[in-house]
Design a protein around this ligand. Structure first.
Ligand code: SF4
Length: 332
């Protein structure tokens, strides 16, 4: 399979009044065309900061380490995303080859402009098509995502649509420019369960139809099980486990991933108690030494966990984990 985007040694700190705060620490992954990757973790794990970096969208106080690299492979050749500076160059990754959808669709739509006019404006910004053609495509896309009566809806405002319909309209707008990569940041969290399932099904259909890649960000491993081909689990800015979604869910190796799974309700035993991961994610200002999870880990080995950062080790050719429990020899 062809790599669509490659992230290597991504480290992002933010300049704050308290000093430099690490949000993402040495994260590497790649995504192929037609693949869905789930990026999972609690809030504060660095997943949204990582995703925004793919569009070079982080705030101005973000500092990238010199080793950080994000390479987007386009038909015109590879693009080094973090080297893009001007608004003109950034158009490639902002609404061009990459689109993003959010948990709250109202954040994507300007309240005083019709949905159609926003879609038309975006299409005309990223191509040289006429306004008439852009409107036709907007109506087609609204139809494609299951919005009834799209020729009428296209002239409505976002506040006139129900929550589920707004989410569909946002997906239509994000996909109208035919991006190669869609970043979906908690896109179903605010929806009720039935609509959530419909939006997930829709996204799965669109991946195969458009043959694009999706980075699906969520705190919910249950949603990932339904949508993703592979999963990367983040904790306090570090990628701590990654692999094919079925393998990681059936055979989690990192105590944090095991904790996230134990916190999910079990359909075959609804009486079983849910056991959330104990404790809270530490403040990034008080980043633990050694393994960043050691302050909450029920399996901590002792000083080695407090002082040595665990390397990523393969537990099989496609499944990797960063935990001293899985090192052939635990460092002294
Ligand atoms: Fe727990 Fe140690 Fe593994 Fe970290 S390295 S997850 S503290 S056992």
């Amino acid at each position: 399979m062809t790599a669509l985007i490659e992230v290597k040694n991504l480290t992002i700190k933010f300049r704050t009044d308290e000093g430099l705060v690490t949000a993402v620490d040495d994260v590497s992954f790649s995504l192929n065309k037609g693949e869905v990757m789930g990026l999972v973790g609690e809030s504060g794990s660095g997943k949204s900061v990582t995703a925004k970096a793919l569009m070079h969208l982080n705030a101005r106080n973000a500092v990238y380490s010199p080793e950080s690299r994000i390479t987007l492979h386009t038909e015109a050749g590879p693009v080094e995303v973090l080297k893009l500076k001007s608004a003109r160059d950034l158009k490639v990754v902002r609404g061009g080859a990459i689109s993003m959808i959010f948990q709250e669709p109202m954040a994507s739509f300007a309240p005083a402009i019709t949905i159609g006019n926003q879609m038309i404006e975006q299409l005309m910004l990223h191509s040289d098509m006429s306004k008439k053609r852009a409107r036709e495509i907007s109506v087609e896309m609204l139809d494609r995502v299951g919005i009834s009566d799209p020729a009428r809806r296209v002239d409505q405002y976002a506040f006139e649509l129900s929550g589920g319909m707004r989410q569909r309209a946002m997906i239509a707008m994000a996909l109208s420019t035919r991006p190669k990569l869609l970043i979906a940041d908690e896109p179903t969290t605010a929806l009720d369960v039935t609509i959530q399932a419909q939006v997930i099904d829709l996204m799965k259909d669109l991946v195969s139809e458009f043959h694009m890649g999706i980075v699906f960000i969520t705190h919910d491993l249950g949603v990932i099980a339904q949508t993703a081909d592979k999963v990367s689990v983040m904790y306090l800015g570090r990628l701590i486990e990654e692999g094919p979604v079925r393998e990681v869910i059936r055979n989690p190796k990192h105590p944090y991933t095991q904790g996230l799974l134990a916190a999910l309700p079990k359909l075959d035993d609804l009486e079983a108690p849910l056991t959330p991961v104990a404790g809270d994610i530490p403040s990034p200002l008080e980043r633990p030494s050694g393994c960043v999870f050691h302050t909450r880990c029920p399996k901590m080995l002792g000083d080695v966990c407090k002082t040595r950062l665990p390397e990523h080790v393969p537990v099989d050719p496609t499944h990797r984990v960063a935990c001293h429990l899985h090192h052939a020899e635990v460092p002294a």
